[in-house]
Design a protein around this ligand. Structure first.
Ligand code: UD1
Length: 420
């Protein structure tokens, strides 16, 4: 059943919110669990739809698992995994299922994964993943929709990514953990989630040097063992709650966050005039009634994250002046703009730049979620719009935010979930 959020705006948020584990870390870590013939224990795993989809894919491969949802802990037994097909039904729900290609290729020397199509925010090809697998010695073809990768033996090689790709880097790291000799990845993504994956793999017994830099060196090992690993906090969820506090002129303590993962974002939020007190694992946000216009442009880590672009735009709707928001990662990531305009926002698009004139009062309306982060931005706008905002198709949001409305409710927001 389709569901919507019904939000009554203009409530100041107050209190504490605990940030969940990072979805974008949990997904590659779950995929990595099949690299070991024993399994993996993951702590701080968010109970979100994308995680459930990845678990479904792992189940198809023969993984057995126990997900203690109250403790956010998953124990995985990957002793009887078989490299069967990952079908369209899985890939159409979640593109990140392509993260199984690397581990399947590494452990079984073959992978059959349905080829992903484009998605709402852009074409999102996987050519860079495939080219890198080929360099490691895999043959590649597409048959009846499936991407088929096969090899007799993977051998280390030099891989240079023309473009920074997060899941591409993760896939190739996982593909190369058993490859003969040394694999070098240049222009690797350095997102905290890539680092988290590398740290977990090293604990499992992988040999990876240069973690956290753009140049990774991986020396093949024979096998990986079962260990326990705690997923890092979700920096995107933390950023979303920071904006929620700021736009409602609230006072919110964001707990279980790693502020160093949010440097560029926090710096822009501070420039906007929001009061932030940053401690080791906590960020205290004190809203203000005047917001300054601030320009941003998205770029790979440590730049401003594309996954917080839509949410930051909502902050700029409250700014006293004009700001420019440039999207450099995905070609179609402004679908929230038309919906925000429906609420009364003044935003013009010029190519990949949104020109946001802040200060217009927003009034509640029916709006449609189009993708995960765009949905979050519509909820944020609803939190300070006058009257009632209904955000439809929130299944997009459920893919990546754990207990979003419960967390907002605890902070004093008037939000409820209803059938559509
Ligand atoms: C990951 C994140 C997503 C985030 C994005 C950018 C996960 C599960 N998802 O997505 O939330 O928005 O990083 O930070 O971690 N590209 C190619 N060819 C390829 C691969 C990528 O052209 O083979 C392009 C993409 O179309 C895009 C850019 O490279 O324009 C960056 O994409 P990428 O970093 O790969 O995004 P994802 O890993 O899919």
């Amino acid at each position: 059943m389709l569901e919507k959020f019904v939000i009554k705006g203009c409530k100041r948020l107050k209190g504490k919110v605990r940030i969940s584990g990072a979805k974008n870390s949990a997904l590659p870590l779950l995929a990595a669990s099949i690299l070991s013939d024993e399994g993996l224990i993951l702590e701080n795993v968010p109970d979100v739809a994308d995680v459930r989809t990845m678990l479904k894919a792992l189940e198809l491969l023969g993984v057995k698992y126990n997900f203690d949802r109250d403790k956010n802990r998953i124990e995985i037994d990957s002793s009887s995994v078989k490299p069967v097909e990952i079908p369209y039904d899985i890939i159409r729900r979640m593109r990140a299922s392509v993260l199984l290609m690397g581990p399947l290729l590494a452990r079984f020397k073959k992978a059959y994964v349905y080829t992903p199509g484009g998605c709402a925010i852009g074409a999102r090809p996987i050519d860079l993943h495939i080219e890198a697998f080929k360099k490691l010695g895999a043959d590649y073809k597409v048959k009846e929709g499936y991407s088929i990768l096969k090899t007799k033996k993977l051998k280390g090689n030099f891989i240079y990514f023309d473009k920074v790709t997060v899941t591409g880097t993760e896939n190739v790291i996982m593909a190369s953990v058993f490859a003969e000799g040394e694999t070098v990845i240049e222009n690797a993504a350095i997102e905290p989630e890539v680092v988290d994956l590398c740290n977990c793999l090293v604990k499992m017994g992988a040999n990876i040097e240069g973690i956290g830099t753009k140049s990774l060196k991986i020396e093949g090992v024979k096998r990986l063992k079962k260990i326990s690993h705690k997923v890092i906090p979700d920096r995107i969820e933390a950023g979303t709650f920071i904006i929620a506090a700021a736009v409602t002129n609230g006072k919110v303590e964001i707990e279980n966050v790693n502020p160093s993962h949010l440097d560029s974002f926090l710096s822009k939020v501070k420039d906007a005039g929001v009061n932030l007190e940053v401690k080791e694992n906590v960020i205290l946000v004190k809203g203000t009634s005047t917001i300054n216009p601030v320009d941003i442009e998205t770029s790979p880590y440590p730049g401003f994250p594309t996954d917080l672009q839509a949410q930051f735009m909502v902050l700029m709707l409250k700014a006293d002046g004009v700001s420019h928001i440039k999207e450099n990662i995905f070609e179609n990531r402004f679908q929230h703009v038309q919906e925000l305009i429906r609420l009364g926002a003044d935003i013009k698009l010029d190519g990949n730049t949104a020109i946001v004139k802040g200060g217009n009062p927003l009034t509640g309306a029916d709006v449609m979620a189009t993708d995960l982060r765009a949905s979050a931005s519509l909820v944020l706008a609803g939190l300070f719009a006058k009257g009632v905002t209904k955000v439809h198709r929130i299944y997009h949001l459920d893919r990546g935010y754990e207990s979003f409305e419960e967390k907002l409710k605890k902070l004093g927001a008037a939000i409820k979930r209803e059938g559509d």
